[in-house]
Design a protein around this ligand. Structure first.
Ligand SMILES: Cc1ncc(COP(=O)(O)O)c(C=O)c1O
Length: 352
């Protein structure tokens, strides 16, 4: 048995759509991308959206559109994807890494407040694992512009409001493992027309009257069509994710030494916590059995920079385990994974 950790959900519709775009001869950025942008901004209830080549590039442009530059500081959490660190460095700004809230595994308001300085130019808030940050008003009241990182939270709501609609600007990722996919891809979205205009200008360098450093961060029409088809399937994707997460809840609930994930959001990832130093043994055993479990964050960001004092992140990193979760995962597999998890926990007990 081999069960992948993540998998895109693609069907006949994507194949047909891609063939049509190929036959049209327009394979760079054209009408399909424009339609995808309009559909995304209307889904989010935002004024505009700009399709980008990747989530990282979308994050980079998001920072530039709010004026982040050399010498500025950008606050980011420690327990997230290294793309955040890259986006800040791409702007020649300085990352100020802060510890997380241990329970939600999201950025902590208290540590963010402590990290504010006169040079803070932005706060990036990722809604990790599809679990929305709850106190968005608290972050907004701190002052610096908020960039919402919705790479993992498309369709999730925080206090009844869609993630991506709180901050000055939001970015999304459509990488192959994400909630919807275009292979690689991303989006910048905002209520502010100036931000949208700037992102559109910076995305593409050709035929401009003035010169400034611009990028080639365009999305292709092949990706645009795929994104539109995937967006149409989003409600069913979210439902299937939730059903599988509920099954996991049911099977795992009674197991000793496992804490379930917070039960809100969209279940991009199903992240349990394995206590008493057993994570490594459980992870290895499940992998040996062909179940591709993972640590949900490969390496916390402060470790890359050799920083200390991130206690909540260290504790979470020592316990967090991401189990396979995607719409195509058969419900019977969820039960087999839970069974193997239970066995691995028992074995690690007897090895103590
Ligand atoms: C929270 C977060 N932000 C940003 C990104 C970057 O997106 P991409 O891989 O599309 O560049 C990712 C990707 O995994 C992510 O998980």
């Amino acid at each position: 048995m081999r069960i992948p950790h993540s998998m895109p959900t693609l069907g006949k519709e994507e194949a047909k759509g891609l063939q049509e775009v190929l036959a049209s001869g327009m394979i760079a950025t054209g009408e399909e991308v424009e339609r995808f942008e309009r559909e995304m901004s209307s889904y989010l209830g935002l004024r505009g959206a700009v399709a980008i080549a990747s989530g990282t590039a979308a994050l980079h442009l998001s920072l530039l559109t709010i004026g982040v530059k050399e010498g500025d500081e950008v606050i980011i959490p420690s327990f997230t994807c290294s793309a955040l660190l890259n986006a800040v460095f791409h702007c020649r700004a300085t990352p100020r890494i802060v510890d997380i809230d241990e329970e939600t595994m999201n950025i902590s308001l208290a540590t963010t407040r402590k990290a504010l300085t006169k040079r803070t130019a932005a706060i990036i808030i990722p809604h990790m694992f599809g679990n929305p940050v709850e106190n968005m008003n608290g972050f907004l009241s701190l002052g610096p512009p908020v960039v919402e990182d919705c790479a993992q939270s498309l369709g999730a709501t925080s206090c009844g409001r869609m993630t991506g609609t709180w901050g000055a600007v939001a970015m999304f990722s459509f990488y192959a493992t994400k909630v919807i996919t275009t292979g690689h891809g991303g989006m910048v979205a905002s209520m502010d027309e100036k931000i949208i205009e700037q992102a559109r200008d910076l995305r593409q360098y050709d035929k401009k009257e003035d010169y400034k450093v611009r990028y080639n961060f365009c999305m292709t029409d092949l990706q645009g069509r795929m994104g539109r088809i995937q967006m149409g399937k989003l409600p069913s994707f979210l439902k299937m994710r939730e059903e599988r997460a509920q099954l996991y809840d049911k099977y795992i609930k009674g197991l000793k030494g496992v804490a379930l994930p917070p039960d809100k959001g969209i279940y991009y990832r199903y992240v349990v916590k394995i206590s008493e130093g057993k994570l490594k043994r459980v992870l290895d055993q499940l992998q040996q059995e062909g179940i591709e479990v993972q640590r949900p964050v490969f390496r916390p960001l402060h470790q890359y920079l050799g920083l200390d004092g991130f206690e909540a992140t260290e504790r979470v990193h020592a316990e967090a385990l991401s189990l396979p979760l995607y719409p195509r995962l058969e419900p019977e597999k969820v039960s087999s994974i839970a069974l193997c998890l239970s066995k691995a926990l028992e074995d690690s007990d007897s090895n103590d």
